[in-house]
Design a protein around this ligand. Sequence first.
Ligand code: SAH
Ligand code: SF4
Length: 363
Amino acid sequence: MPVNLLDFDSERLASFFAEIGEKPFRARQVMRWIHQLGEAEFGRMSDLAKDLRAKLDGCAVVEPPSVMSESTATDGTRKWLLSVGTGNGIETVFIPETDRGTLCVSSQVGCALECAFCSTGRQGFNRNLSVAEIIGQLWWAKKALGHDPRGERVISNVVMMGMGEPLANFDNVVPALRLMLDDNAYGLSRRRVTLSTSGLVPLIDRLRDECPVALAVSLHAPDNALRDRLVPINRTYPLNELLAACVRYLDRAPRDFVTFEYVMLDGINDSPAQARALVDLVKSVPCKFNLIPFNSFPGTQFRTSPRERILAFQAILAEAQLVTTIRKTRGEGIDAACGQLAGQVQDRTKRRLATRIVAAPSP
Ligand code: SAH
Ligand code: SF4
């Protein structure tokens, strides 16, 4: 079986090159061909010696997931459905804004964590994505989006906010993050790569130690009783442990705040009293808030909070000096919003197993 070079970060690519008797600078050269120039054919890597190209052809491939479909919304948001085998599909979304372009990347086929308001969670869990399948989303999007005429990066930011819980796939997500940051690959700033987690405390600590990037935490409730219902992983890692992990993370984080995401659910978590409780809860954590209007999906019992309730909630946080943004709805008509990245998830029977893995304490 040939190895897929898209699975390798720079360290692993260098050791693979050593194994086949090649120098480290050759590995860097191939890395630039693959990730900066989007080249998958060794034969077209024109500045490599012919015998090296032939050697690579004999033992390696560059194999991203294949694109099943692509759609573009009127606001320029683009979405790709990528095949990851056996009828499964994952989604990647590009959101253009005036001062940046953000790619929203998936980390798993489905999700095992069953947050009550999330359509990915509703679909169940099939499997973790490989490094190639995670970085392959950026590889495709960069190729499809082409160059900015002013020479600026088209994709300036990446958020791990697509399908799946990225920390539950730590071993593949971290090499993919390293590739995003690597100057011979995508060269993104650590501050512009954000990982969003529902709160797997031991893995937040590991991320801080192994590859700190900007951190977003899905809070969604001001107290344990409600968060236990909305984000069931809270029963394993309750709020005091989660907030302490956020403070520890900030020791080494590229930004000096954590972003708390808070989905606005009508009549559930959106009252002024809950906003005040939230202010009190986070008083020891340098943070910003991002309020996300709930994106509805078929079969859900939740509704999004009315606009004036969201604004009132925001005002209470702002009064307490907490910088609070309200997420804009983007990609309407192509279902490209948070929690709507449905993909295609076959064989969801592995949910139990995955929940056990996720909840296991770190060694
Ligand atoms: N698993 C990670 C990242 C993926 S979800 C996490 O939970 O953080 C990205 C964000 O979308 C999270 O904040 C999640 O809570 C939110 N989300 C999920 N379903 C949603 C929905 N239906 N409407 C609005 N936001 C949703
Ligand atoms: Fe998984 Fe995140 Fe959805 Fe929760 S919100 S089910 S952790 S993808």
